[in-house]
Design a protein around this ligand. Structure first.
Ligand SMILES: [Cu+2]
Length: 131
């Protein structure tokens, strides 16, 4: 009897883990700026951290598939900067070389493929540039 109970409990745990995995989606990931502000200028390297929010763990194996930097947050969405992916300095940190020609707020839009996650993970990160 006791064995059956333990077995049932174990099965329940396994099923709930499986459900968590099945229903995990792109919304379980979060990109955030690693710094509160960035120095304005050309060829600035900015970096964001990608975290799997249910576990709080950094996501180290993402492949960045799309990027865009514009000044949308300051009503200058047509002010678009070139973006190049550059190596991050620590696991789970993704770095980009871009231009932040004026002080203000920029929107970094990034799309990434994460291993084991069928949905594309999309992040919208506001980067504050200062003099
Ligand atoms: Cu601007």
């Amino acid at each position: 009897m006791k064995t059956n109970y333990l077995l049932a409990a174990a099965v329940a745990v396994v099923l709930s883990l499986a459900n968590t995995a099945a229903f995990a989606g792109a919304a379980d990931y979060k990109f955030e700026s690693v710094a509160p502000e960035w120095k304005k200028g050309d060829d600035v390297v900015v970096a964001v951290r990608l975290t799997h929010t249910p576990t709080g763990k950094p996501v180290t194996d993402a492949v960045i598939v799309r990027t865009r930097v514009d000044m949308g947050p300051d009503n200058m969405a047509d002010m678009v900067s070139p973006v190049a992916v550059v190596p991050g300095k620590e696991p789970g940190v993704y770095a980009f070389k871009t231009d932040l020609p004026m002080a203000g707020r920029y929107l970094l839009s990034v799309a990434a493929k994460v291993q084991g996650e069928p949905e594309t993970v999309v992040g919208k990160v506001i980067l504050k540039a200062v003099k």
